[in-house]
Design a protein around this ligand. Structure first.
Ligand code: NAD
Ligand code: TDX
Length: 340
């Protein structure tokens, strides 16, 4: 199969490109990426010489280039997005542009070019915020609460509409928080690990009691490929890690695993509209795709810490560049929010 991976120079897309080329010798991959602040060509360096790999720089909102590129593939796996909730609060429009208009541009191109297979990578955040009990599943009503999750919810609806209206062969996956190699260090886990490696504190939003469910990125890649090949057309599959942790608890685990002091936490002002809890019931993916998370949480955290220790130059370059400028402009602390 010839795959187009949009957003393949970002965190999950990079991991997916390596996953496909390693586990599916019959497949080839074109990564299509605009290389925003979150896209990093350095991630794909080890694939440069691979004859089954190609990179094309471009914007998913560019109708002409998108039309040209989908002609070259059998399937599109769509990761490209503005993905950071905090940034969506400051600049919702760029999220609407890429996540909504960009997704529709891809859907139109797939429809006009022989009804190319389309898998849409989405998030559990479209379902909103849970209380202490309950879990999200495929039929949970949408209730997005940040500009990021609202833009991803819109894109999910457009993908589903393309199935019902045009019979475009689509599947959608909604996944909980990912962690692992190549994650941009503005997200909580890599920010925490790299801050500790730099001798800085971990910023904890609010009281630290918000709960996220964490899935190791390799498990997510297995799930996406399974949905692509075995998923029923028009269907949605939820993926989760069965690893719910309050942020404060997660930060303490990272401190412990890195041998850092417990006082390396800094409580900072809360994220506006901060969702309280996410959790996923992934029985449908288990039943229909034979998928379940395989990497135990502590094992995944240890692998992730090791990766950031061994790839210091990678994240140092990022933190010295656009990332630091952004956080300095927002909070004045170069990587951590204002203390409360
Ligand atoms: P990321 O921010 O690390 O990477 C996004 C990539 O998309 C970057 O390489 C960027 O350059 C590219 N991109 C952005 N705008 C583009 C455009 N207009 N045209 C072409 N390329 C563009 O994001 P990620 O964490 O790897 O997330 C990938 C996908 O998975 C997103 O759709 C996200 O909503 C979804 N998702 C992420 C998580 C998570 O925990 N990170 C969880 C569930 C779902
Ligand atoms: O410095 C921080 N301190 C902190 O307490 C940061 C960056 C985050 N947090 C909290 C906010 C969240 O409760 O940690 C939790 C995780 O935050 P993020 O890493 O920003 O992830 P989240 O907002 O949960 O969204 C992520 O998971 C779902 C991805 O960024 C999305 O792309 C994905 O859809």
């Amino acid at each position: 199969m010839r795959l187009l991976i949009t957003g393949g120079a970002g965190f999950i897309g990079t991991n997916f490109a390596y996953h496909v080329l390693e586990h599916h010798p019959e497949d080839s991959v074109i990564v299509f990426d605009k290389l925003t602040y979150a896209g990093n060509l350095e991630n794909l360096k080890q694939l440069e010489q691979n004859p089954r790999f190609a990179f094309v720089k471009g914007d998913i909102c560019d109708v002409e280039i998108v039309n040209d590129i989908v002609k070259k593939v059998d399937a599109v796996v769509h990761f490209a997005a503005e993905s950071h909730v905090d940034r969506s609060i400051d600049d919702p429009m760029s999220f609407v542009r890429t996540n909504v208009l960009g997704t529709q541009t891809l859907l139109d191109a797939c429809r006009k070019n022989a009804y190319i297979r389309f898998h849409h990578v989405s998030t559990d955040e479209v379902f909103g915020s849970l209380g202490r009990h309950g879990m999200f599943r495929e039929n949970t009503a949408y209730d997005p609460r940040s500009p990021y999750s609202a833009s991803k919810a819109s894109s999910d609806h457009l993908v589903r509409a393309a199935f019902h209206t045009y019979k475009l062969p689509i599947t959608i996956s909604n996944c909980s928080n990912n962690y692992g190699p190549y994650c941009f260090p503005e997200k909580f886990i890599p920010l925490a690990i790299t801050n500790i490696l730099e001798g800085k504190k971990i910023p904890i939003y609010g009281d630290g009691m918000n709960i996220r469910d964490w899935l190791y990125v390799e498990d997510h890649c297995y799930g996406i490929y399974a949905a692509l090949v075995h998923g029923r057309m028009g269907e949605t599959y939820c993926f989760g890690g069965r690893a719910e942790r309050a942020n404060i608890e997660l930060a303490e685990i990272i401190l412990f695993e890195m041998g850092a002091r417990i006082d390396m936490l800094q409580f900072v002002k809360d994220r506006p509209g901060h969702d309280a809890r996410y959790a996923i019931d992934f029985r449908k993916a288990e039943d229909e795709l034979g998928w379940h998370p395989a990497v135990p949480f502590l094992h995944g955290i240890r692998r992730t810490i090791e990766w950031y220790k061994n790839n210091r130059e990678w994240w140092t370059r990022i933190k010295n560049g656009s990332y630091t400028q952004y956080y300095e402009s927002q909070y004045g602390l170069g990587g951590a929010n204002e203390p409360v």
